[in-house]
Design a protein around this ligand. Structure first.
Ligand code: C2E
Ligand code: SIN
Ligand code: SIN
Ligand code: FE
Ligand code: FE
Length: 372
């Protein structure tokens, strides 16, 4: 082991820097299996994650195999999960605890394996790590176990953080959806507006090449763009005709109102939602509200949601206007290219109109309005 120390250290350091970059559970699992493989060359590594609700273990990292599930109580994995001991078994078929079922399902022939518990920093067992079939069919050793122990201590910590992060993100999505629906119910004009705007925003993000993270973020956050309308009186919000100047001034406060409801959160999704609420009525040429920002001083999420919001307002009926014909909608975007809207985003729309219509058809209002 000592003559290898340098190369081991180098591979640990390179793995750690990659792991630090990854945020989602699946990518982390992949990287751990690579890391383990570099330290202890084996044919296959499996990270089993314990799903407590269903009391099963699942894995996607058995290289080249799709997600597999197994009982949390059976087999060597089940034993390690329940007891928290690490095991080296060099002839698995000679061990009564070994569960043949997994080999049967995967068509794989397990010979020997090391199994270690994955613990979080509180010592709670999150799952099991297995290194299977040491290369050249030699036995696993105590030294292998020590190296893998290092990997699993590291995995446990990172995995716990990633699981918590994913739970947090999904909680945020739920809260945002609930809030957005509450706002939508108040202004019953809107039907599926919120859902559609969210989809157009993601689509535009795709078309103009936002990162995967930003596409997801704008999709999650944009349903709240009109949250401030909760505070607008019904007499204005639901008025069938044109607003008076006075009513208009009040209506326009919905942008800042939404922002002030959302701005206190430090969570990424809510910060993005606050920006979108504040800026979705700003215009590229600086004539929008509330701050008259222009060009790239308007956050890209604000510029995207402006196009998505107006497209949806025009393509569908509102309490104050009927739906417009497609030609009229397209004409408005051509006219407002570089005035109301970022030209780059208008082009993305003009060149891909069918994708927008598709979303509009898919989340049509009719249904929802009939229900109410
Ligand atoms: P909204 O219905 O979601 O409309 C969003 C944006 O779509 C509008 O922002 C505007 O930029 C565009 N838009 C909607 N309808 C038309 C239209 O007939 N012609 C043109 N050229 N653009 C249109 P805006 O104007 O800042 O309005 C913000 C919100 O104020 C609207 O959200 C709606 O809730 C309300 N609102 C605007 N005008 C009226 C109105 O005449 N009557 C009523 N009752 N509400 C209005
Ligand atoms: C077991 O742990 O008993 C089976 C798991 C496997 O074959 O990978
Ligand atoms: C994260 O840290 O990626 C999610 C939590 C947040 O919204 O800041
Ligand atoms: Fe708005
Ligand atoms: Fe809107």
């Amino acid at each position: 082991m000592t003559e290898n120390a340098d190369s081991i250290l180098r591979s640990i350091l390179s793995s750690i820097s990659q792991v630090a970059e990854s945020r989602d559970v699946e990518t982390l699992l992949m990287q751990f299996s690579r890391m383990a493989h570099q330290l202890v060359p084996a044919d296959r590594c499996t990270v089993w994650v314990h799903d407590k609700e269903r009391n099963i273990l699942w894995s996607r990292v058995a290289d080249g195999i799709n997600r597999i599930e197994t009982s949390a109580e059976e087999g060597l994995v089940g034993y390690v999960l329940q007891n928290g001991d690490a095991l080296i078994i060099n002839n698995v078929y000679g061990d009564p605890r070994f569960n043949h079922e997994v080999d049967r399902k995967t068509g794989y022939q397990t010979k020997n394996m090391v199994s270690l518990p994955l613990k979080n920093s509180d010592g709670e067992i999150l799952g099991v790590f297995q290194s299977v079939n040491k290369l050249n069919l030699v036995d696993f050793t105590e030294d292998d176990l020590k190296l893998l122990l290092f990997v699993t201590i590291y995995i446990g910590r990172e995995l716990d953080a990633a699981i918590l992060r994913e739970e947090l993100e999904s909680t945020q999505r739920e809260i945002i959806y609930t809030l957005a629906e509450a706002a939508e119910m108040r202004s019953n004009e809107m039907g599926n507006h919120v859902k559609r705007v969210s989809e157009y925003c993601r689509l535009i993000g795709e078309l103009i090449g936002l990162s995967d993270k930003d596409k997801e973020l704008i999709k999650v956050a944009s349903p709240l763009h009109d949250l401030g309308k909760i505070a607008i009186p019904d007499s204005i919000l639901l008025k069938p005709g044109r607003l008076t100047d006075e009513e208009r001034i009040l209506m326009n406060t919905h942008a800042e109102l939404g922002y002030s409801m959302l701005k206190h959160s430090n969570r990424k999704a809510f910060k993005a939602a606050a920006t979108i609420a504040l800026q979705h009525h700003e215009k590229w040429d600086g004539t929008g509200y509330p701050h008259g920002l222009a060009g790239e001083n308007i956050h890209i999420f604000g510029r995207i949601s402006a196009v998505a919001d107006v497209y949806d307002a025009l393509a569908n009926a509102r309490c104050y206007k009927p739906a417009w014909e497609t030609e009229r909608v397209v004409a408005l975007f051509k006219e407002e290219r570089g005035k109301h809207f970022d030209p780059q985003i208008v082009d993305a729309f003009l060149n891909n109109q069918e994708m927008f219509h598709e979303i509009n058809r898919k989340f049509t209002d009719v249904f929802i309005l009939e229900k109410r």
